[in-house]
Design a binder for this molecule. Sequence first.
Ligand SMILES: Cc1cc2nc3c(=O)[nH]c(=O)nc-3n(C[C@H](O)[C@H](O)[C@H](O)COP(=O)(O)OP(=O)(O)OC[C@H]3O[C@@H](n4cnc5c(N)ncnc54)[C@H](O)[C@@H]3O)c2cc1C
Ligand SMILES: CC(C)=CCC/C(C)=C/CC/C(C)=C/CSC[C@H](N)C(=O)O
Length: 481
Amino acid sequence: DPEEAAHVDGAPPSKIAVVGAGIGGSATAHFLRQHFGPEVQVDVFEKGEVGGRLATVTVNHNDYESGGAIIHALNLHMQEFVKQLGLKYRRSMAGKMAVFNGEEVILEETDWYLLDLFRLWWRYGISFIRLQMWVEEIMEKFMRIYKYQAHGYAFSSVEQLLDSLGGSGFINMTQRPLSDSLLELGVSQRFIDEVIAPVMRVNYGQNVSIPAFVGAVSLAGAQNNLWAVEGGNKLVCSGLLKMANANLLQAQVNSISSVHSGEALQYQLSFTTPTGKGSELYDIVVLATPLQTDGGSGIQFQGFPLPFDQLPSDYHKTVATIVHGYLNTSFFGFPDPRLFPYASILTTETPDLFFNSVASVCPVNISAGFRRKQPQEAGVYKVFSPQPLDKSHLKTLFRSYYSVQVTEWQSYPRYCSSQGLPSVELHPNLYYLNGIEWAASAMEMSSVAAKNIALLAYHRWNRQTDMVDQKDLMHRIKTEL
Ligand SMILES: Cc1cc2nc3c(=O)[nH]c(=O)nc-3n(C[C@H](O)[C@H](O)[C@H](O)COP(=O)(O)OP(=O)(O)OC[C@H]3O[C@@H](n4cnc5c(N)ncnc54)[C@H](O)[C@@H]3O)c2cc1C
Ligand SMILES: CC(C)=CCC/C(C)=C/CC/C(C)=C/CSC[C@H](N)C(=O)O
Protein backbone atom coordinates (compact mmCIF):
# COMPACT_ATOMS: atom_id res chain seq x y z
CA ASP A 1 0.00 0.00 0.00
CA PRO A 2 1.68 3.26 -1.11
CA GLU A 3 0.30 5.08 1.89
CA GLU A 4 2.19 2.70 4.18
CA ALA A 5 5.49 4.27 3.12
CA ALA A 6 7.50 4.38 6.31
CA HIS A 7 9.45 7.49 7.21
CA VAL A 8 9.65 9.69 10.24
CA ASP A 9 6.53 11.86 10.10
CA GLY A 10 7.21 15.44 9.16
CA ALA A 11 10.84 14.93 8.12
CA PRO A 12 11.51 15.77 4.50
CA PRO A 13 13.33 13.24 2.31
CA SER A 14 17.06 13.83 2.22
CA LYS A 15 17.94 12.11 -1.08
CA ILE A 16 15.96 11.47 -4.24
CA ALA A 17 17.22 9.56 -7.31
CA VAL A 18 15.96 9.98 -10.84
CA VAL A 19 17.05 7.38 -13.39
CA GLY A 20 17.27 8.88 -16.90
CA ALA A 21 18.00 12.40 -18.13
CA GLY A 22 15.65 12.54 -21.10
CA ILE A 23 12.87 15.13 -21.04
CA GLY A 24 10.97 12.99 -18.50
CA GLY A 25 13.84 12.70 -16.01
CA SER A 26 15.03 16.29 -16.39
CA ALA A 27 11.52 17.66 -15.96
CA THR A 28 11.03 15.39 -12.93
CA ALA A 29 14.21 16.78 -11.32
CA HIS A 30 12.89 20.30 -11.94
CA PHE A 31 9.44 19.63 -10.47
CA LEU A 32 10.87 17.68 -7.51
CA ARG A 33 12.99 20.71 -6.65
CA GLN A 34 9.91 22.93 -6.98
CA HIS A 35 7.89 20.81 -4.57
CA PHE A 36 10.46 19.47 -2.07
CA GLY A 37 12.46 22.70 -1.81
CA PRO A 38 16.16 23.57 -1.92
CA GLU A 39 17.45 21.18 0.81
CA VAL A 40 16.80 17.78 -0.75
CA GLN A 41 19.64 16.21 -2.78
CA VAL A 42 18.43 15.26 -6.29
CA ASP A 43 20.74 12.83 -8.12
CA VAL A 44 20.02 12.12 -11.80
CA PHE A 45 21.61 8.97 -13.29
CA GLU A 46 22.18 8.90 -17.05
CA LYS A 47 23.93 6.06 -18.85
CA GLY A 48 24.03 7.77 -22.26
CA GLU A 49 23.48 11.36 -23.34
CA VAL A 50 21.40 14.00 -21.60
CA GLY A 51 18.28 14.31 -23.78
CA GLY A 52 17.73 10.58 -24.37
CA ARG A 53 15.36 10.38 -27.33
CA LEU A 54 15.88 14.11 -27.95
CA ALA A 55 19.10 14.17 -29.94
CA THR A 56 20.72 15.83 -32.93
CA VAL A 57 23.15 14.76 -35.65
CA THR A 58 25.56 17.09 -37.39
CA VAL A 59 25.65 17.40 -41.18
CA ASN A 60 27.92 19.91 -42.87
CA HIS A 61 28.33 22.01 -39.67
CA ASN A 62 24.57 22.12 -39.00
CA ASP A 63 22.63 20.11 -36.43
CA TYR A 64 19.35 18.31 -37.20
CA GLU A 65 16.87 16.64 -34.86
CA SER A 66 17.13 12.85 -35.20
CA GLY A 67 14.64 12.00 -32.43
CA GLY A 68 11.79 14.05 -30.93
CA ALA A 69 11.40 16.98 -33.31
CA ILE A 70 8.06 18.77 -33.12
CA ILE A 71 6.04 20.28 -30.28
CA HIS A 72 2.36 21.26 -30.39
CA ALA A 73 1.38 24.89 -29.78
CA LEU A 74 -0.79 23.76 -26.85
CA ASN A 75 1.95 21.71 -25.12
CA LEU A 76 2.12 24.11 -22.17
CA HIS A 77 4.80 22.42 -20.06
CA MET A 78 7.27 22.45 -22.96
CA GLN A 79 6.31 26.08 -23.61
CA GLU A 80 6.88 27.03 -19.98
CA PHE A 81 10.28 25.28 -19.87
CA VAL A 82 11.44 27.20 -22.91
CA LYS A 83 10.30 30.48 -21.33
CA GLN A 84 11.87 29.78 -17.93
CA LEU A 85 15.14 28.69 -19.49
CA GLY A 86 15.34 31.75 -21.74
CA LEU A 87 15.42 29.54 -24.85
CA LYS A 88 13.84 30.50 -28.17
CA TYR A 89 11.04 28.98 -30.22
CA ARG A 90 11.61 27.85 -33.77
CA ARG A 91 8.48 27.61 -35.91
CA SER A 92 8.24 24.29 -37.68
CA MET A 93 8.54 24.97 -41.44
CA ALA A 94 6.55 22.03 -42.70
CA GLY A 95 6.47 22.90 -46.41
CA LYS A 96 4.17 21.12 -48.81
CA MET A 97 3.24 17.56 -48.08
CA ALA A 98 2.19 14.68 -50.34
CA VAL A 99 1.08 11.07 -49.89
CA PHE A 100 2.75 8.38 -52.02
CA ASN A 101 1.33 4.87 -52.46
CA GLY A 102 4.45 3.19 -53.80
CA GLU A 103 3.55 4.02 -57.39
CA GLU A 104 2.30 7.57 -57.48
CA VAL A 105 1.45 10.64 -55.43
CA ILE A 106 -2.24 10.25 -54.53
CA LEU A 107 -2.74 13.37 -52.47
CA GLU A 108 -0.91 16.67 -52.35
CA GLU A 109 -0.98 20.04 -50.68
CA THR A 110 -1.02 23.03 -53.01
CA ASP A 111 -0.41 26.74 -52.52
CA TRP A 112 -4.16 27.26 -52.40
CA TYR A 113 -5.82 26.54 -49.08
CA LEU A 114 -9.30 26.71 -50.60
CA LEU A 115 -8.32 24.37 -53.40
CA ASP A 116 -6.95 21.91 -50.83
CA LEU A 117 -10.21 22.08 -48.90
CA PHE A 118 -12.23 21.58 -52.05
CA ARG A 119 -10.13 18.56 -53.07
CA LEU A 120 -10.44 17.01 -49.62
CA TRP A 121 -14.19 17.48 -49.71
CA TRP A 122 -14.41 16.05 -53.24
CA ARG A 123 -12.37 12.97 -52.39
CA TYR A 124 -13.47 12.25 -48.79
CA GLY A 125 -16.73 14.09 -48.16
CA ILE A 126 -16.80 15.77 -44.75
CA SER A 127 -14.45 13.22 -43.13
CA PHE A 128 -11.74 15.81 -42.59
CA ILE A 129 -14.09 18.22 -40.79
CA ARG A 130 -15.31 15.42 -38.51
CA LEU A 131 -11.72 14.47 -37.80
CA GLN A 132 -10.68 18.03 -37.07
CA MET A 133 -13.53 18.46 -34.60
CA TRP A 134 -12.68 15.15 -32.91
CA VAL A 135 -9.02 16.11 -32.41
CA GLU A 136 -9.97 19.60 -31.17
CA GLU A 137 -12.37 18.15 -28.62
CA ILE A 138 -9.73 15.73 -27.32
CA MET A 139 -7.12 18.50 -27.10
CA GLU A 140 -9.56 20.68 -25.18
CA LYS A 141 -10.12 17.93 -22.61
CA PHE A 142 -6.41 17.12 -22.45
CA MET A 143 -5.70 20.76 -21.56
CA ARG A 144 -7.52 20.29 -18.24
CA ILE A 145 -4.39 18.63 -16.89
CA TYR A 146 -2.60 21.98 -16.65
CA LYS A 147 -5.27 23.39 -14.36
CA TYR A 148 -5.35 20.30 -12.16
CA GLN A 149 -1.59 20.25 -11.86
CA ALA A 150 -1.41 23.99 -11.17
CA HIS A 151 -3.77 23.35 -8.24
CA GLY A 152 -1.45 20.57 -7.01
CA TYR A 153 -3.59 17.52 -7.78
CA ALA A 154 -1.88 14.21 -8.56
CA PHE A 155 -2.97 10.83 -9.90
CA SER A 156 -1.78 7.41 -8.80
CA SER A 157 -2.16 5.80 -12.23
CA VAL A 158 -2.40 6.73 -15.89
CA GLU A 159 -6.01 5.50 -15.85
CA GLN A 160 -6.89 7.91 -13.01
CA LEU A 161 -5.18 10.76 -14.84
CA LEU A 162 -7.00 10.06 -18.11
CA ASP A 163 -10.30 9.55 -16.32
CA SER A 164 -10.02 12.98 -14.71
CA LEU A 165 -9.52 14.56 -18.14
CA GLY A 166 -11.96 12.75 -20.37
CA GLY A 167 -13.81 10.23 -18.19
CA SER A 168 -14.29 6.65 -19.34
CA GLY A 169 -14.20 7.95 -22.93
CA PHE A 170 -10.45 8.61 -22.64
CA ILE A 171 -9.78 5.25 -21.00
CA ASN A 172 -11.75 3.47 -23.74
CA MET A 173 -9.64 5.31 -26.28
CA THR A 174 -6.56 3.52 -24.93
CA GLN A 175 -8.27 0.17 -25.48
CA ARG A 176 -9.83 0.39 -28.93
CA PRO A 177 -8.31 0.69 -32.38
CA LEU A 178 -8.14 4.15 -33.91
CA SER A 179 -9.78 2.87 -37.10
CA ASP A 180 -12.86 1.69 -35.14
CA SER A 181 -13.25 5.06 -33.41
CA LEU A 182 -12.92 6.95 -36.68
CA LEU A 183 -15.33 4.73 -38.61
CA GLU A 184 -17.84 5.21 -35.81
CA LEU A 185 -17.32 8.95 -36.09
CA GLY A 186 -18.29 8.76 -39.77
CA VAL A 187 -14.82 9.11 -41.24
CA SER A 188 -14.59 7.20 -44.52
CA GLN A 189 -12.41 4.11 -45.02
CA ARG A 190 -10.74 5.87 -47.95
CA PHE A 191 -9.77 8.82 -45.72
CA ILE A 192 -8.40 6.38 -43.13
CA ASP A 193 -6.29 4.57 -45.75
CA GLU A 194 -5.03 7.65 -47.57
CA VAL A 195 -4.64 10.24 -44.82
CA ILE A 196 -4.79 8.71 -41.33
CA ALA A 197 -2.58 5.68 -42.04
CA PRO A 198 0.25 7.84 -43.51
CA VAL A 199 0.14 10.11 -40.45
CA MET A 200 0.37 7.09 -38.09
CA ARG A 201 3.28 5.74 -40.16
CA VAL A 202 5.30 8.97 -40.04
CA ASN A 203 4.66 9.64 -36.37
CA TYR A 204 4.56 6.25 -34.67
CA GLY A 205 5.75 3.91 -37.45
CA GLN A 206 2.60 1.85 -36.87
CA ASN A 207 -0.80 1.35 -38.44
CA VAL A 208 -4.38 2.47 -37.79
CA SER A 209 -5.01 -0.34 -35.33
CA ILE A 210 -3.03 1.53 -32.67
CA PRO A 211 -5.28 2.74 -29.85
CA ALA A 212 -7.42 5.79 -30.52
CA PHE A 213 -5.79 7.88 -27.78
CA VAL A 214 -2.28 7.69 -29.20
CA GLY A 215 -3.87 8.04 -32.64
CA ALA A 216 -5.40 11.36 -31.61
CA VAL A 217 -2.05 12.57 -30.22
CA SER A 218 -0.44 11.60 -33.52
CA LEU A 219 -3.09 13.57 -35.44
CA ALA A 220 -2.47 16.58 -33.19
CA GLY A 221 1.17 16.22 -34.24
CA ALA A 222 0.09 16.60 -37.86
CA GLN A 223 -1.59 19.98 -37.33
CA ASN A 224 0.08 23.11 -38.60
CA ASN A 225 0.72 24.86 -35.27
CA LEU A 226 3.98 23.11 -34.43
CA TRP A 227 7.28 24.40 -33.14
CA ALA A 228 10.67 23.28 -31.87
CA VAL A 229 13.44 24.69 -29.72
CA GLU A 230 16.02 26.88 -31.38
CA GLY A 231 19.37 25.13 -30.99
CA GLY A 232 17.78 21.69 -30.42
CA ASN A 233 15.03 20.29 -28.21
CA LYS A 234 17.56 18.55 -25.96
CA LEU A 235 18.64 21.99 -24.64
CA VAL A 236 15.50 21.86 -22.50
CA CYS A 237 16.86 18.78 -20.69
CA SER A 238 20.28 20.21 -19.85
CA GLY A 239 18.63 23.52 -18.90
CA LEU A 240 16.13 21.90 -16.54
CA LEU A 241 18.82 19.83 -14.79
CA LYS A 242 20.85 22.97 -14.21
CA MET A 243 17.88 25.00 -13.02
CA ALA A 244 16.95 22.17 -10.63
CA ASN A 245 20.46 22.17 -9.20
CA ALA A 246 20.48 18.39 -9.71
CA ASN A 247 23.63 16.26 -9.53
CA LEU A 248 24.06 14.58 -12.87
CA LEU A 249 25.85 11.24 -12.55
CA GLN A 250 27.14 9.59 -15.68
CA ALA A 251 26.24 6.08 -14.59
CA GLN A 252 24.16 3.08 -15.54
CA VAL A 253 21.85 1.92 -12.77
CA ASN A 254 22.01 -1.89 -12.58
CA SER A 255 19.77 -2.73 -9.66
CA ILE A 256 17.35 -1.27 -7.14
CA SER A 257 16.88 -3.08 -3.81
CA SER A 258 14.56 -2.21 -0.97
CA VAL A 259 16.27 -1.67 2.38
CA HIS A 260 14.34 -1.58 5.63
CA SER A 261 15.91 -0.03 8.70
CA GLY A 262 13.47 0.18 11.61
CA GLU A 263 10.43 2.05 10.36
CA ALA A 264 12.13 3.50 7.32
CA LEU A 265 12.09 2.11 3.81
CA GLN A 266 14.85 3.17 1.45
CA TYR A 267 16.20 2.01 -1.90
CA GLN A 268 19.74 1.06 -2.66
CA LEU A 269 20.78 1.87 -6.22
CA SER A 270 23.80 -0.04 -7.56
CA PHE A 271 25.40 1.51 -10.59
CA THR A 272 28.39 1.47 -12.91
CA THR A 273 30.29 4.65 -13.78
CA PRO A 274 33.10 4.98 -16.34
CA THR A 275 35.54 4.54 -13.44
CA GLY A 276 33.94 1.72 -11.45
CA LYS A 277 30.95 0.55 -9.48
CA GLY A 278 29.05 2.29 -6.70
CA SER A 279 25.88 2.21 -4.65
CA GLU A 280 23.82 4.79 -2.76
CA LEU A 281 20.71 4.86 -0.59
CA TYR A 282 17.68 6.99 -1.51
CA ASP A 283 14.37 7.86 0.12
CA ILE A 284 12.49 8.30 -3.17
CA VAL A 285 13.33 6.91 -6.63
CA VAL A 286 11.81 7.91 -9.99
CA LEU A 287 12.46 5.69 -13.01
CA ALA A 288 12.32 7.99 -16.02
CA THR A 289 13.19 5.41 -18.64
CA PRO A 290 11.26 2.73 -20.49
CA LEU A 291 11.35 -0.58 -18.62
CA GLN A 292 10.63 -3.01 -21.43
CA THR A 293 12.46 -6.31 -21.53
CA ASP A 294 14.19 -5.89 -24.87
CA GLY A 295 16.64 -2.97 -24.96
CA GLY A 296 15.08 -1.29 -21.90
CA SER A 297 16.79 0.05 -18.79
CA GLY A 298 18.32 -3.33 -17.83
CA ILE A 299 17.55 -2.66 -14.15
CA GLN A 300 17.04 -5.59 -11.76
CA PHE A 301 14.57 -5.15 -8.89
CA GLN A 302 15.43 -6.92 -5.67
CA GLY A 303 13.65 -7.46 -2.37
CA PHE A 304 10.13 -6.47 -3.41
CA PRO A 305 7.58 -7.55 -6.00
CA LEU A 306 6.72 -5.36 -9.00
CA PRO A 307 3.02 -4.67 -9.57
CA PHE A 308 3.06 -6.34 -13.00
CA ASP A 309 3.49 -10.03 -13.84
CA GLN A 310 5.91 -9.12 -16.57
CA LEU A 311 7.60 -5.93 -17.71
CA PRO A 312 5.68 -3.89 -20.30
CA SER A 313 6.07 -5.34 -23.81
CA ASP A 314 8.61 -4.26 -26.35
CA TYR A 315 9.26 -0.96 -27.99
CA HIS A 316 9.00 -0.45 -31.70
CA LYS A 317 12.16 0.08 -33.74
CA THR A 318 12.28 3.26 -35.82
CA VAL A 319 15.31 4.04 -37.93
CA ALA A 320 15.98 7.72 -38.61
CA THR A 321 18.36 8.12 -41.57
CA ILE A 322 19.65 11.62 -42.24
CA VAL A 323 20.92 11.89 -45.79
CA HIS A 324 22.74 14.82 -47.36
CA GLY A 325 22.21 14.46 -51.07
CA TYR A 326 19.97 14.77 -54.12
CA LEU A 327 16.47 13.33 -53.81
CA ASN A 328 15.51 10.97 -56.64
CA THR A 329 12.30 12.77 -57.57
CA SER A 330 11.77 10.37 -60.53
CA PHE A 331 10.87 7.68 -58.00
CA PHE A 332 7.86 9.80 -57.04
CA GLY A 333 6.89 10.48 -60.66
CA PHE A 334 8.82 13.74 -61.21
CA PRO A 335 11.67 13.14 -63.69
CA ASP A 336 12.48 16.86 -63.58
CA PRO A 337 13.49 17.71 -59.96
CA ARG A 338 12.72 21.39 -60.55
CA LEU A 339 9.02 20.48 -60.81
CA PHE A 340 8.98 18.53 -57.53
CA PRO A 341 7.07 20.79 -55.12
CA TYR A 342 7.01 18.77 -51.88
CA ALA A 343 8.99 19.09 -48.66
CA SER A 344 7.71 15.86 -47.18
CA ILE A 345 6.34 12.61 -48.51
CA LEU A 346 4.23 10.32 -46.37
CA THR A 347 3.32 6.82 -47.47
CA THR A 348 0.27 4.58 -47.40
CA GLU A 349 0.30 1.06 -45.95
CA THR A 350 1.79 -0.67 -49.01
CA PRO A 351 3.48 -4.08 -49.04
CA ASP A 352 7.20 -3.90 -49.90
CA LEU A 353 7.48 -0.16 -49.31
CA PHE A 354 10.69 0.05 -47.26
CA PHE A 355 10.23 3.53 -45.77
CA ASN A 356 7.51 5.38 -43.85
CA SER A 357 8.37 8.94 -44.83
CA VAL A 358 11.01 11.16 -46.33
CA ALA A 359 11.21 14.88 -45.59
CA SER A 360 13.52 17.75 -46.28
CA VAL A 361 14.59 18.98 -42.83
CA CYS A 362 15.69 22.31 -41.36
CA PRO A 363 18.68 22.70 -39.07
CA VAL A 364 18.01 23.43 -35.40
CA ASN A 365 19.60 26.88 -35.79
CA ILE A 366 17.32 28.17 -38.44
CA SER A 367 17.84 31.84 -37.73
CA ALA A 368 21.18 31.78 -39.54
CA GLY A 369 19.43 32.72 -42.81
CA PHE A 370 18.17 29.26 -43.68
CA ARG A 371 16.46 28.64 -47.02
CA ARG A 372 14.98 25.24 -47.80
CA LYS A 373 16.97 23.69 -50.66
CA GLN A 374 15.22 23.07 -53.97
CA PRO A 375 15.09 19.40 -55.01
CA GLN A 376 17.59 20.06 -57.82
CA GLU A 377 20.11 21.12 -55.15
CA ALA A 378 21.76 18.92 -52.53
CA GLY A 379 19.68 19.05 -49.35
CA VAL A 380 19.32 17.29 -46.01
CA TYR A 381 16.54 14.71 -45.76
CA LYS A 382 15.21 12.56 -42.92
CA VAL A 383 13.89 9.11 -43.79
CA PHE A 384 11.92 7.09 -41.24
CA SER A 385 11.88 3.33 -41.82
CA PRO A 386 11.22 0.20 -39.77
CA GLN A 387 14.58 -1.33 -40.79
CA PRO A 388 17.94 0.21 -41.69
CA LEU A 389 18.14 1.26 -45.35
CA ASP A 390 20.56 -0.72 -47.49
CA LYS A 391 22.50 0.61 -50.48
CA SER A 392 19.72 -0.25 -52.96
CA HIS A 393 17.12 1.56 -50.83
CA LEU A 394 19.33 4.64 -50.69
CA LYS A 395 19.85 4.47 -54.45
CA THR A 396 16.09 4.30 -54.95
CA LEU A 397 15.44 7.42 -52.87
CA PHE A 398 18.54 9.47 -53.73
CA ARG A 399 20.25 10.17 -57.06
CA SER A 400 23.51 10.59 -55.14
CA TYR A 401 24.54 11.58 -51.64
CA TYR A 402 27.44 12.98 -49.66
CA SER A 403 26.68 11.50 -46.25
CA VAL A 404 24.31 9.13 -44.46
CA GLN A 405 23.80 9.04 -40.70
CA VAL A 406 21.70 6.37 -39.10
CA THR A 407 20.06 6.36 -35.65
CA GLU A 408 18.25 3.20 -34.63
CA TRP A 409 15.73 4.10 -31.96
CA GLN A 410 13.78 1.92 -29.58
CA SER A 411 11.29 4.61 -30.32
CA TYR A 412 7.83 4.12 -28.80
CA PRO A 413 5.77 1.32 -27.31
CA ARG A 414 4.58 -1.23 -29.85
CA TYR A 415 0.96 -0.26 -29.38
CA CYS A 416 -1.83 -2.76 -29.32
CA SER A 417 -5.34 -1.99 -28.18
CA SER A 418 -5.72 -5.01 -25.92
CA GLN A 419 -2.76 -4.19 -23.68
CA GLY A 420 -3.43 -2.42 -20.37
CA LEU A 421 -1.58 0.59 -18.98
CA PRO A 422 1.27 -0.28 -16.58
CA SER A 423 1.36 0.96 -12.99
CA VAL A 424 3.37 4.08 -12.28
CA GLU A 425 3.58 3.46 -8.54
CA LEU A 426 5.81 0.40 -8.36
CA HIS A 427 6.33 0.29 -4.58
CA PRO A 428 6.11 2.93 -1.83
CA ASN A 429 8.20 5.93 -2.97
CA LEU A 430 9.29 4.17 -6.19
CA TYR A 431 7.73 5.59 -9.35
CA TYR A 432 7.77 4.71 -13.08
CA LEU A 433 7.32 7.81 -15.22
CA ASN A 434 7.31 6.09 -18.61
CA GLY A 435 4.17 4.12 -17.83
CA ILE A 436 2.43 7.10 -19.48
CA GLU A 437 3.98 6.26 -22.85
CA TRP A 438 1.57 3.34 -23.11
CA ALA A 439 -1.21 5.93 -23.42
CA ALA A 440 0.89 8.00 -25.87
CA SER A 441 4.56 8.82 -26.27
CA ALA A 442 5.53 12.45 -26.85
CA MET A 443 7.70 15.06 -25.13
CA GLU A 444 4.67 16.66 -23.53
CA MET A 445 3.37 13.32 -22.27
CA SER A 446 6.67 12.76 -20.42
CA SER A 447 6.47 16.34 -19.09
CA VAL A 448 2.91 15.87 -17.83
CA ALA A 449 4.02 12.59 -16.21
CA ALA A 450 7.02 14.36 -14.63
CA LYS A 451 4.80 16.96 -12.95
CA ASN A 452 2.36 14.26 -11.86
CA ILE A 453 5.05 12.09 -10.33
CA ALA A 454 6.70 14.99 -8.51
CA LEU A 455 3.29 15.92 -7.04
CA LEU A 456 2.43 12.31 -6.26
CA ALA A 457 5.80 11.72 -4.54
CA TYR A 458 5.30 14.90 -2.52
CA HIS A 459 1.74 14.08 -1.42
CA ARG A 460 2.60 10.46 -0.61
CA TRP A 461 5.59 11.54 1.43
CA ASN A 462 3.49 14.03 3.37
CA ARG A 463 0.43 11.74 3.52
CA GLN A 464 -1.81 14.26 1.83
CA THR A 465 -4.41 11.81 0.57
CA ASP A 466 -6.86 14.58 -0.30
CA MET A 467 -4.58 15.68 -3.17
CA VAL A 468 -4.47 12.31 -4.95
CA ASP A 469 -7.09 10.77 -7.27
CA GLN A 470 -9.78 13.30 -6.40
CA LYS A 471 -12.97 13.15 -8.43
CA ASP A 472 -14.88 15.95 -10.11
CA LEU A 473 -11.84 18.23 -10.16
CA MET A 474 -13.39 20.78 -12.52
CA HIS A 475 -16.08 21.49 -9.97
CA ARG A 476 -13.66 21.37 -7.01
CA ILE A 477 -11.30 23.85 -8.60
CA LYS A 478 -14.15 26.26 -9.32
CA THR A 479 -15.29 26.16 -5.72
CA GLU A 480 -11.81 26.23 -4.12
CA LEU A 481 -11.06 29.40 -2.19
C1 LIG B 1 12.51 9.11 -33.94
C2 LIG B 1 11.63 9.73 -32.90
C3 LIG B 1 10.88 10.85 -33.22
C4 LIG B 1 10.06 11.43 -32.26
N1 LIG B 1 9.39 12.57 -32.57
C5 LIG B 1 8.69 13.22 -31.62
C6 LIG B 1 8.13 14.47 -31.90
O1 LIG B 1 8.30 15.01 -32.98
N2 LIG B 1 7.42 15.10 -30.91
C7 LIG B 1 7.27 14.53 -29.67
O2 LIG B 1 6.62 15.14 -28.82
N3 LIG B 1 7.81 13.34 -29.38
C8 LIG B 1 8.54 12.68 -30.32
N4 LIG B 1 9.13 11.49 -30.03
C9 LIG B 1 8.88 10.90 -28.72
C10 LIG B 1 9.73 11.58 -27.66
O3 LIG B 1 11.04 11.72 -28.15
C11 LIG B 1 9.73 10.74 -26.40
O4 LIG B 1 8.41 10.50 -25.99
C12 LIG B 1 10.44 11.46 -25.24
O5 LIG B 1 11.64 12.03 -25.67
C13 LIG B 1 10.67 10.46 -24.13
O6 LIG B 1 11.44 11.08 -23.12
P1 LIG B 1 11.79 10.30 -21.79
O7 LIG B 1 12.65 11.19 -21.00
O8 LIG B 1 10.53 9.85 -21.17
O9 LIG B 1 12.59 9.01 -22.25
P2 LIG B 1 14.04 8.94 -22.89
O10 LIG B 1 14.30 10.12 -23.71
O11 LIG B 1 14.14 7.60 -23.53
O12 LIG B 1 15.01 9.01 -21.62
C14 LIG B 1 15.38 7.89 -20.85
C15 LIG B 1 16.84 8.05 -20.47
O13 LIG B 1 17.17 7.06 -19.52
C16 LIG B 1 18.48 6.61 -19.75
N5 LIG B 1 18.60 5.29 -19.13
C17 LIG B 1 17.96 4.15 -19.48
N6 LIG B 1 18.30 3.14 -18.65
C18 LIG B 1 19.17 3.66 -17.76
C19 LIG B 1 19.88 3.08 -16.66
N7 LIG B 1 19.74 1.80 -16.31
N8 LIG B 1 20.72 3.89 -15.95
C20 LIG B 1 20.87 5.20 -16.28
N9 LIG B 1 20.22 5.78 -17.33
C21 LIG B 1 19.37 5.02 -18.05
C22 LIG B 1 18.57 6.58 -21.28
O14 LIG B 1 19.92 6.62 -21.71
C23 LIG B 1 17.79 7.83 -21.65
O15 LIG B 1 18.62 8.96 -21.80
C24 LIG B 1 9.97 10.89 -30.96
C25 LIG B 1 10.74 9.75 -30.63
C26 LIG B 1 11.57 9.19 -31.58
C27 LIG B 1 12.41 8.00 -31.20
C1 LIG C 1 0.69 15.34 -26.13
C2 LIG C 1 -0.14 16.14 -27.04
C3 LIG C 1 -1.47 16.53 -26.57
C4 LIG C 1 0.23 16.54 -28.26
C5 LIG C 1 1.53 16.22 -28.88
C6 LIG C 1 1.40 16.25 -30.34
C7 LIG C 1 2.70 15.85 -30.99
C8 LIG C 1 3.73 16.88 -31.14
C9 LIG C 1 2.85 14.61 -31.45
C10 LIG C 1 4.09 14.11 -32.10
C11 LIG C 1 4.14 12.66 -31.94
C12 LIG C 1 5.36 12.00 -32.47
C13 LIG C 1 5.85 10.85 -31.68
C14 LIG C 1 5.93 12.34 -33.63
C15 LIG C 1 7.11 11.59 -34.19
S1 LIG C 1 7.69 11.99 -35.80
C16 LIG C 1 7.64 13.71 -35.84
C17 LIG C 1 7.97 14.34 -37.15
N1 LIG C 1 7.04 13.93 -38.13
C18 LIG C 1 9.37 14.13 -37.59
O1 LIG C 1 9.52 14.10 -38.80
O2 LIG C 1 10.30 14.03 -36.83
